[in-house]
Design a protein. Structure first.
Length: 417
């Protein structure tokens, strides 16, 4: 299992200047390497409806400037621009590896046939971090002694260790990041032992969760967690700060300060949301052995809706990721089910009751059951998950004893009859 711990660091003014300088140099190099690749692409490709005479490469087509090519060119860079000698080569290599990743994400589709956007040139201040690939290794250039990170070129930088590195974990990499309110180091920590998941016989408490915009989440027993609305609450504050920026001269010191205030507010919002997510996740994981959630297509939801502000506030995708991480850590089983028809079907008899988003209650004409819309969906989600794992828990998960899990019904519902 790999986890990341992030700590604030307190560099001296000289050290901060040096970190900023490194980031700037790395940014320029990143842009140069990206330009080199794009140039190669332009010179070797020609649009299908054009006469190839216009864009035929002159001379020999050079080899694709791939990662290995660019890595071996680092030596030359150092000769031409001696300031790059100062930066550890492993840091520069990782910088190039990041570009290589972005490049491949753009050109090579993943399993689902999706590709990323074209890697962009980074504007001033937009490259915010650099990474060391080894920590506390005999050959590593960076050491962490529990109180400070030590590199020969920076000296010692104090780390505010607000929580200890957990037992059994080894520090793999360290990344130094510049954020709106200062500098941070994040360690990726690895524990070789595989956490054991709870076996199906031991599952006693189960819960199905439906996420929504009216309530952040609804469980199959009808319990709800409200939407926190952090973003909506700070909107006027944000607007005020944005207005202030617009009055300042672009690029001036006061403009930069005003920009930083906005960045800090965004950081604050992100932290609030993260905190809320973790608290909710821990609460669920503490109470239940099995958690069933929908496998949502968040991207499709956030597009073209008036609700995108609320969606920004709830960030279910990020929540489900955190819930998953917390569940794995505690050995709790989390199952993602296909959300198809979970809000339409009756959780009691399986009859399909079509309803639009505005209809908030589920009332079944067949078995006369009346439930909250989200609660009905949550029960369906739980049933689907239990069906997947192959357990029948008649009295658990908030289902009444006289309402056993209808496995056959839900199976039939899956078949396109
Ligand atoms: Zn029904």
């Amino acid at each position: 299992m790999i986890i990341t711990h992030c700590y604030k660091i307190k560099p001296t003014p000289e050290q901060s200047v040096k970190i900023d300088y490194w980031l700037e140099l790395l940014r320029r190099h990143y842009n140069y390497a990206l330009g080199q690749r794009l140039d190669w692409l332009n010179r070797t490709r020609c649009q299908i409806d054009r006469c190839s005479l216009i864009s035929c490469p002159i001379g020999e087509i050079s080899r694709l400037p791939d990662y290995y090519f660019q890595q071996s060119a680092l030596k030359q860079t150092k000769q031409l621009f001696p300031e790059y000698k100062e930066i550890y080569s492993e840091v520069q290599q990782i910088n190039l590896q990041r570009l290589d990743k972005a490049w491949k994400r753009w050109l090579i589709p993943d399993k689902k046939g999706k590709r990323g956007g074209r890697p962009r040139f980074k504007k001033s201040g937009k490259l915010r971090s650099f990474c060391f690939s080894r920590v506390n290794h005999p050959k590593a250039v960076i050491k962490f002694d529990g109180k400070q990170i030590i590199t020969r070129r920076f000296g010692a930088i104090r780390v505010i260790v607000h929580r200890q590195i957990p037992d059994g974990f080894v520090i793999k990499t360290a990344t130094i990041t510049k954020k709106a309110d200062g500098y941070y180091v994040s360690f990726s920590l690895e524990d070789k032992s595989v956490p054991s998941l709870i076996s199906t016989e031991n599952i006693k408490t189960t819960v199905g969760i439906d996420v929504g915009l009216k309530e952040f989440l609804t469980t199959n027993t009808g319990e709800t967690v409200p939407v926190p609305n952090f973003y909506r609450k700070s909107q006027s504050n944000l607007a005020r700060k944005q207005k202030k920026v617009s009055r300042k001269k672009i690029g001036s010191n006061n403009w930069k300060k005003a920009q930083n205030r906005i960045a800090r507010l965004h950081q604050h919002l992100a932290r609030q949301r993260e905190d809320f997510h973790y608290k909710t996740a821990h609460k669920l994981v503490k109470e239940y052995n099995l958690i069933a959630v929908e496998d949502l297509n968040i991207k499709g939801l956030a597009k073209n809706t008036k609700l995108s502000k609320s969606i920004y506030d709830v960030a279910w995708g990020a929540f489900i990721e955190k819930l998953n991480a917390v569940a794995v850590k505690r050995g709790v089983l989390m199952i993602k089910v296909n959300p198809h028809n979970t809000s339409q079907n009756c959780s009691h008899c399986g009859h399909k009751v079509p309803k639009t988003l505005s209809v908030r209650t589920h009332s079944c004409p067949k078995c006369k059951v009346v439930l909250d819309r989200d609660e009905n969906a949550a029960i369906n989600i739980l049933n689907k998950a239990l069906c997947e794992v192959g357990i029948i828990l008649p009295a658990c998960g908030g289902l009444d004893i006289d309402r056993p899990v209808k496995q056959e019904t839900s199976l039939f519902e899956k078949l396109p009859l």
